[in-house]
Design a protein around this ligand. Structure first.
Ligand code: PLP
Length: 460
């Protein structure tokens, strides 16, 4: 191995020259502050020390859905690079045109017009601006406010920060003021209702709140409602009435309904799109990214209905003044086309459904541990395990205890050969190509890790 490739050398080079996001300096600089990964094959990744891990988080929630080392994707990217690796998007390229057609075919209803980006954040930014200008072009220039659901992460640019939040872990406080006119409404998750109500007696008050806010702010001031369709870490659906009610409210007030599908689309919940869990329900705008090209090449997309797109048909005045140099990149689009083809050919969504059920059912064996609280899942490969102090009483860990628990969980999960976001709750979003043996390995590993932590913390 060349001298500069030892872990210690690379570690020092990192600390000197690479600004690592979402990891405080004192953690990065501490023992086990970060790892360096060098290879990936199937659902496994290998670090620079030669240790191999089963990826239980598809790299970053919903990115490497087809696993690692996909030759077909590499070949498609290589071929496109050799043929024509770049041209500005307004001159179009063939993979871009074909991918748009493919996405239009996959998306239900009249969702059919694709605006590309290189990340989820950029695609969210596009959605915000499309909704804003749509209202201006509809003769409603004062219709600019955005209603947003819960505390969600939608990205890190100013627009994306303004419509989301991730407090307290990822607070935007230091960047204020953000965009004006953003109003939050409660989350539609019954097991932890923001309004303290019980379904179905609640009368779906969370959806009704959106109408109340529109009325309160003035219907002529609200441009859009934005939320994720299914929130990460909940692994359950909002009530069946929720999205159809929100659709009806948005229609009534001419408010565009934007769904951030970045985490829960492309098979993650056992369907192409999360919103397909509600029959006949179609939003006005959806946002995709992460697994669109299996993470092999960065790509995001904002897909709008024909009705929304038609507003922008006209001259310079109607044009969406918004662009990115790498938008519709031919290599990314070629990689995405093959990614979607593999998903169909290998019946990846069917696998997500079957293995999602198997994972969810297998996880119930962990309930023998006193620290295992609610286990949620059953919708494709998206499961969540909550750890508590006492399963019987539902008593939660104190913040201090939780910190200790999470530190041990993280360490032991890694030692046991699993890689993912090891927090409490523990989110399990493995690649969609995972098989039964790998799931058995994961559940047995979690069983062992949970038992060891309980013994170390003297919780038995
Ligand atoms: C729901 C959601 N929206 C938007 C984003 C931002 O996407 P990106 O990191 O590709 O900019 C993320 C990223 O994790 C996300 O989970």
């Amino acid at each position: 191995m060349a001298k500069e490739e030892t872990f210690e050398d690379l570690r020092q080079l990192t600390l000197d020259h690479t600004w690592v996001p979402a990891r405080p300096w004192n953690v990065l600089n501490g023992p086990d502050g970060f790892n360096i990964f060098t290879e990936g094959k199937g659902c496994r990744i290998t670090d620079i020390h030669g240790k191999t891990y089963l990826d239980i988080f598809s790299a970053l929630g919903n990115v490497c859905s087809l696993g690692y080392g996909r030759k077909e994707i590499a070949d498609a990217a290589y071929e496109q690079m050799m043929k024509l690796h770049f041209m500005p998007t307004h001159e179009l390229n063939i993979p871009q045109i074909k991918l748009s057609k493919k996405l239009a075919d996959l998306t239900p209803g009249s969702l059919s017009m694709v605006f590309y980006a290189s990340s989820g954040t950029e695609a969210i930014e596009s959605a915000i601006k499309i909704a804003r200008k749509y209202q201006v072009l509809s003769g409603k220039p004062k219709k600019y406010k955005m209603i947003v659901g819960g505390h969600r992460y939608h990205g890190s640019t100013y627009g994306a920060m303004s419509v989301g939040s991730r407090k307290p872990h990822f607070s935007w406080e230091d960047y204020e003021p953000l965009l004006p006119g953003v109003i939050s409404v409660p989350s539609p998750y019954c097991h932890r209702c923001d309004l303290g109500l019980k379904y179905p007696d609640c009368n779906i008050q969370c959806a009704r709140e959106i109408e109340r806010v529109i009325e309160q702010e003035g219907p002529d001031t609200v441009a859009s409602f934005l939320d994720v369709t299914i929130a990460t870490g909940y692994s359950t659906l909002p009530p069946p009435e929720y999205w159809p009610m929100v659709r009806a409210i948005c229609d009534k007030y001419n408010v565009l309904l934007i769904l951030d599908e970045i985490m829960m689309s492309l098979g993650r919940t056992g369907k192409w799109f999360g919103f397909e869990h509600w029959d006949g329900f179609v939003p006005d705008i959806i946002v995709l990214a992460k697994s669109l090209a299996n993470g092999a090449v960065p790509l995001g997309a904002t897909i709008v209905t024909r009705e929304v797109a038609q507003k922008f048909e006209g001259g310079l005045r109607e044009m969406l003044n918004h662009s990115y140099t790498f938008l519709g990149h031919p290599v990314a689009c070629a990689a995405a086309l093959v990614t979607l083809e593999i998903m169909e050919k290998e019946k990846v969504i069917e696998n997500s459904r079957a293995m999602g059920t198997y994972l969810f059912e297998s996880l119930s064996t962990l309930r023998k541990h006193r620290t295992v609280g609610e286990i949620r899942g059953g919708l494709g490969l998206d499961c969540t395990v909550e750890f508590v102090k006492n399963q019987e009483t539902g008593e939660k860990f104190s913040p201090e205890e939780n910190k200790k628990f999470m530190a041990l969980l993280k360490k032991k999960i890694r030692q046991a050969g699993f890689w993912g976001a090891a927090g409490n709750p523990l989110k399990l979003l493995p690649p969609l190509v995972i098989n039964k043996d790998e799931i058995d390995e994961l559940v047995e590993g979690l069983d062992k890790v949970t038992g060891e932590i309980a013994r170390e913390l003297a919780i038995t």
